[in-house]
Design a protein around this ligand. Structure first.
Ligand code: FNR
Length: 350
């Protein structure tokens, strides 16, 4: 993690975390090229401000599927929050709700989705929580997960489509870190049909658009696809009735030769042409990164690792600090840009 006001939280998290768990959170696939590029790509971009536009302080709410967020900065789904802090996803949910933003809670959460959503609603009864899932080879398992998300009051589903197989994470391999330690579990996978105990999350190489269509028939919830990088896939998703897309290379944890998410965003946004919201995640570390993403066509951004660093450093308060810092920086940059963020303002530094 480079520079920015959040660097101190990262350093504190690194001090506190078991080094094996730090590496699980921080690491990426292969030679970690995509991971590094996600951050580096923002450093190569600059914004041309517009001037004399007489804006008052901008309110920055965004309308999203099943959610009106007070800020365009969402919490991306990441696994195993109890490895970062004993309160785990409950702390993350409370902080996201306090910040007025959407928590995308992961299928690989260490607290079950019903409890996570309940914690968010204790803070704000209108808090929006989305559920991220990997489509399972057995449709009965997928359906059961969908019902759990519906019963929890989740207002959208985020299907991660960039993971037909697990990414190969060198740091985890070197540490021999393959399973959660005793006392921790992916709680959404507990007591599923035909699986007493906790079932493993399966990646499915056969996953196809047919699986996504079957999911749409299973539920009335809006469905977003996460992990879109190719503009043609974006068009298929729009035609298939998806409610939104997340441009993402999974924080550099899947295909290492994938481009930086921010570099893939403009072509996807162009292909979508404003028909559905386009989100982006990967490498967002400061408010100006949010501003650049919005200028390049994103409706909102997701933040992964910085939330984990805040959680590890100071639990709920740490996550709040991350979300508030990013929002404050973003609003400041936006004001300095004249209150507008458009593609013609983005220029290359090189
Ligand atoms: C992730 N990410 C992720 N994505 C997903 O769809 N399901 C998951 O279970 C996980 N798990 C996960 C664990 C950890 C430790 C990390 C760091 C990331 C990817 C995540 O949603 C997001 O795409 C990236 O984290 C965004 O990049 P930054 O913000 O971490 O740079």
């Amino acid at each position: 993690m480079t520079g920015g006001a959040l660097a101190e939280l990262h350093d504190r998290a690194r001090e506190l975390l078991d080094p094996v768990h730090y590496d699980y959170f921080a690491g990426g696939a292969g030679e970690e090229t995509a991971l590094a590029e996600n951050e580096r790509a923002f450093q190569r971009l600059a914004l041309l401000p517009r001037v004399l536009r007489g804006q008052s302080r901008p309110a920055t709410p965004v309308q999203l599927p099943g959610a009106r967020a007070s800020t365009p900065i969402l919490v991306a789904p990441t696994a195993f929050h109890r490895l970062a802090h004993p309160d785990g996803e409950l702390a993350t949910a409370r902080a996201a709700a306090a910040a007025g933003t959407v928590l995308v809670s992961g299928m690989a959460a260490t607290v079950a989705i019903g409890e996570v959503a309940g914690a968010a609603r204790e803070v704000d009864r209108n808090a929006a929580v989305w559920f991220q899932l990997y489509l399972q080879p057995d449709a009965k398992i997928t359906e059961c997960l969908v019902r759990r998300a519906e019963d929890a009051g989740c207002s959208a589903l985020v299907v991660t489509v960039d993971s037909p197989v697990f990414g190969r994470h060198g740091r985890d391999h070197r540490h021999g870190f393959h399973d959660l330690p005793p006392g921790f579990a992916a709680e959404n996978m507990r007591d599923l049909p035909g699986s007493p105990g906790v079932r493993d999350i399966e990646m499915c190489q056969e996953i196809s658009w047919r699986y996504v269509e079957a999911l749409r028939r299973m539920t009335g919830l809006p469905v977003l696809l996460k992990g879109i990088l190719h503009p043609e896939d974006a068009k298929i998703a729009v035609d298939g009735g998806m409610a939104g897309l997340v441009v993402s290379n999974h924080g550099g944890r899947q295909l290492d030769v994938a481009p930086a998410a921010i570099d893939a965003l403009p072509r996807v946004a162009e292909a979508v042409g404003g028909r559905i919201p386009v989100l982006v995640d990967g490498g967002i570390r400061r408010g100006s990164d949010v501003a650049i993403a919005l200028a390049l066509g994103a409706t909102a951004v997701g933040v992964g690792r910085p939330v984990l660093w805040g959680l590890a450093a100071a639990g709920e308060a740490g996550v709040r600090q991350v979300l508030e810092t990013l929002r404050d920086e973003y609003e400041h940059v936006r004001t300095l840009c004249g209150g507008v963020l458009a593609g013609d303002q983005v220029v290359s530094r090189c």
